[in-house]
Every structure is written in C-alpha cells, then in structure tokens.
Write a protein that binds this ligand. Structure first.
Ligand code: IMP
Ligand code: MG
Length: 179
C-alpha cells in the first residue's frame, strides 16, 4: 500500500474536456499568426497540451510545438524555491507568438521564470495557459492569461499532475490524502 491515496475527484474527464473546449474557443483568435508556437512545461503539461492542440486543429490553428523541462520541486509537495532549466526547447522562437502551457500555477515561480526565459530567447510575445490555478499559494506576482479551473489549496493529481511521479495517467483530477 502506498502511504497516500486518492480522494475526492475534483474534475471528471468530461468536465475537463468541456473546459478545454471553452479555453480553446477563448484562445483561438490569439493563435492566428504566422509564427505561432506552443510550449509545454514538462512534465505536468503533456496531457493538457495534447488536448489543447487537437482542439485548436478543429479551429484551423496549426502551432509548432516544443517543450521545456523546468525543475523546482523536490520529491514530495514542497518546492525548493529555485527554478532551473533541466532541458531547454530545441527550436528557434525568434519573433514567435508563444503560448506557454503549464499544469498548475501555484507559487507562480515556474510560470514567471518560464515567461522571462522565452522572452530572453527572442519570442515576440509570451502568453500563458494554466490548467489549474491556486491563487492562495502565490509568492511571485504572476497570472496566467488563460486558466482552466481555480482550485483551493489542496495537493491535486491526475491529467498530467503527479505526486512523486505517480498518478499522471489518471484521466481525471483528484485530491491526494496523506495518511
Ligand atoms: P510554482 O512554481 O510553485 O507555481 O509550481 C508550479 C509547479 O509545481 C507545477 O508545474 C507542478 O509541477 C507543481 N505543483 C504545484 N502544485 C501542485 C499540485 O497540487 N499537484 C501537483 N503538482 C503541483
Ligand atoms: Mg510536478
């Protein structure tokens, strides 16, 4: 038995799918540019980004796609504070209109670091899309341009989000209880 378990589904697969559709309706017009790039922050964004781009395709939006691996969290739920690039994007984003995609906006350190990092690499503009937002946890002033759902200060997993590398595969989002 793991010393933690899943409790309380917060968002079902159906709810997530509907919200992704709405988000794409909101963001599609911002994506209609020649040099449009979507960059996912690994690893938590992989499922969300995959759903976003398939839906954007229905709106005739065709981004280039890349990923950046950022690390700040140690194993467990406490952040170390510092963010660093573990694996950088490999494409040239000079002059690109970028939408950065992350799983959850928590303290704000990751998204603010990533935004600056991509502007430093020459992006024309960087907007951000976070599946989840925990406003009560913010340490760095940072808001996402597009947000899926606001959540209370629970540790949540599923649909890409992990606890200690587990639960990313869940098609829904749930709370983790620590026993
Ligand atoms: P921030 O830099 O504190 O905003 O943290 C963002 C990163 O922390 C996210 O990309 C997640 O990887 C991780 N994180 C924060 N809260 C949670 C959570 O409730 N569940 C899983 N991962 C989380
Ligand atoms: Mg994580």
């Amino acid at each position: 038995m793991r010393p933690h378990h899943i409790r309380d589904v917060l968002f079902t697969a159906d709810q997530i799918e509907r919200r992704v559709n709405e988000l794409v309706d909101e963001m599609a017009s911002a994506c209609r540019t020649d040099n449009f790039v979507m960059i996912g922050i690994l690893r938590g964004s992989f499922m969300f980004l995959a759903d976003l781009v398939r839906d954007l395709y229905q709106h005739d939006v065709h981004p280039r796609i890349d990923f950046v691996t950022l690390e700040s969290y140690y194993s467990g739920t406490e952040s170390s504070g510092a963010v660093h690039v573990a694996k950088d994007i490999s494409m040239d984003i000079s002059d690109a209109t970028v939408i950065l995609v992350d799983d959850i906006l928590d303290t704000g350190r990751t998204l603010s670091f990533a935004t600056k990092h991509l502007l430093d690499k020459g992006a024309r503009s960087v907007r951000s899309c976070a599946l989840l937002d925990k406003p009560s946890r913010r340490v760095v002033a940072c808001e996402a341009d597009f947000v899926g759902f606001k959540v209370e200060d629970y540790f949540v997993v599923g649909y890409g989000l992990d606890y200690d590398s587990h639960y990313r595969e869940l098609p829904y989002i749930a709370k983790v209880m620590f026993t």
